[in-house]
Design a protein around this ligand. Structure first.
Ligand SMILES: Nc1nc(=O)c2c([nH]1)NC[C@@H]1CN(c3ccc(C(=O)N[C@@H](CCC(=O)O)C(=O)O)cc3)C=[N+]21
Length: 295
């Protein structure tokens, strides 16, 4: 990795810098209005990966001085019981951000739950209100992973304006909001997905490939042009238990001008953006509360 330093988009490094800034702002917010930003996480079931992610989020909250609470619920919990918890969190003034850890068990109506979250506490940016605001390029909450990608590009002075960007994966969480952000930044955007015929035909035209599907080695060196910029949003575990992305890093990195490692690229940025979104929610709530006190 040493030799590649110049072309690595280092998400770990940038996420630390962002954490530092969030931490500083938390101190300021505490001293000016006595508010502590709060994040509530709803975790259903025993999936070890979900539990690990939630633990990472909790630790990050602790590092920046947020209040955080995790509502752990058994796999067999009813839709109604989760809904009740969300309504309580919507009304809890100590909670600025609500995150429902996905995926949820199959008997749960995920869409209905995401729509129940107060849009002003929707730090994941999954509520249709915030999705609509993103697509129309209005301020709102933007999903953490694609937002983290944009921050990473900005940090390395990569301007997407007029660039051919190929987004691989069309999920509501990654691909679609990623495409919307790139379009808002004046890129030319293509979205490829599971039914795309001849993926390579598309990626070969790309100045920037952004791939987040969870298929190991989906993007190989023959699929990209020289000096391509690669954003690897995938996370998979190999049979040996090693964490890897969607890109054949070893070979693709020889051709690319910039590339994110996975792990160490987009993943840490996701957590940093969750902190940043929660701080944003806390500031909005603090302003609302002070208005109410004035009148
Ligand atoms: N409501 C909801 N919001 C999410 O944002 C959300 C979710 N559900 N469900 C699961 C996915 C996945 N996700 C990641 C967060 C951090 C890393 C991360 O920090 N990865 C580290 C490595 C972590 C490790 O060592 O295990 C890295 O890439 O370097 C990865 C993936 C958020 N997600």
């Amino acid at each position: 990795m040493q030799l590649l330093d110049g072309k690595i988009l280092d998400g770990r490094k940038l996420s630390k810098k962002i954490e530092q800034n969030v931490g500083d702002e938390v101190k300021e917010l505490k001293s000016t209005c006595g508010c502590t930003p709060g994040l509530a996480v709803v975790l259903v079931g025993q999936d070890p990966a979900s539990a690990a992610y939630v633990n990472m989020k909790k630790k990050a909250c602790d590092r920046v001085g947020f209040y955080s609470i995790t509502h752990e619920m058994p796999e067999s919990i009813s839709q109604e019981a989760i809904e009740k918890t969300i309504v309580q969190l919507n009304n809890d003034t100590n909670v600025d951000g609500i995150l429902i850890q996905l995926p949820l068990p199959s008997h749960i109506d995920t869409t209905k739950l995401l729509e129940l979250v107060d849009p002003s506490k929707d730090v994941d940016g999954f509520h249709p209100y915030n999705v609509g605001r993103l697509v129309t390029n209005l301020d709102g909450f933007v999903p953490c992973t694609p937002l983290g990608v944009m921050e990473l590009l900005k940090e390395y002075d990569i301007d997407v304006k007029g660039k051919n960007c190929v987004v691989v994966g069309a999920s509501n969480i990654v691909g679609k909001p990623m495409a919307a952000l790139l379009l808002n930044a004046d890129a030319t955007v293509e979205i490829c997905h599971i039914f795309t015929d001849d993926l390579k035909k598309h990626t070969l035209n790309a100045d920037i490939v952004l791939c987040g599907v969870g298929v190991i080695n989906l993007i190989t060196e023959d699929m990209v042009k020289d000096d391509v910029i690669i954003i690897d949003i995938g996370v998979s575990r190999t049979n040996e238990g090693k964490l890897v992305g969607d890109v054949d890093f070893e070979n693709v990195s020889k051709k690319s001008s910039y590339i994110t490692p996975s792990p160490g690229g987009v993943g840490p940025m996701t957590i940093a953006m969750l902190l940043s979104n929660t701080l944003k929610a806390a500031k909005i709530n603090a302003a609302k509360l002070s208005e109410q006190k004035e009148c």
